[in-house]
Design a protein around this ligand. Sequence first.
Ligand code: MG
Length: 175
Amino acid sequence: MTDGDWTLPPLRIGHGYDLHRLEAPAPAGKGRPFILGGVRFDHPVGPVGHSDGDAVYHAVVDALLGALGLPDIGQAFPDTDPAWDGQDSAHFMAAARRKVAEAGYALVNLDVTVVCERPKLSPHKAEMIGNIARLLGVEPSRVNLKGKTHEKVDAVGEGRAVEVHVVALLAGRGA
Ligand code: MG
């Protein structure tokens, strides 16, 4: 890749963001079981979403698609399509992995920040990292995951939503 006199390394950065509202399960609310990073947490509320509502996987996918300059997960897998209702979000991770490979890139690293008041993520952090790494075909050392609270303020801090931010770096194969 060149830009004038500069030879630029084939690196691409992407940012992913997702937020899901948390509600009690039916019939009281529309919440699904609380799944984050492929781990099912025992929690009284869960994400409202068209697929299984895994906000970690969704934000990872958006970071990868963003790095490739592609439309986001909502355009790739529209929530108007009944095929994605209740879908295991591992499916979207596999699709994003294929797109990265097809474009000739490899994942350098992912940095994931999950913001939620509860449940506590730390006991399941290694499992979440392992799930992400396995689905993307990389070593777990290329995936970092941090849990933060929202200091009890706003919807996330009041336990009514979970929010995820992801930054992904890709390198062109052979770089
Ligand atoms: Mg989502």
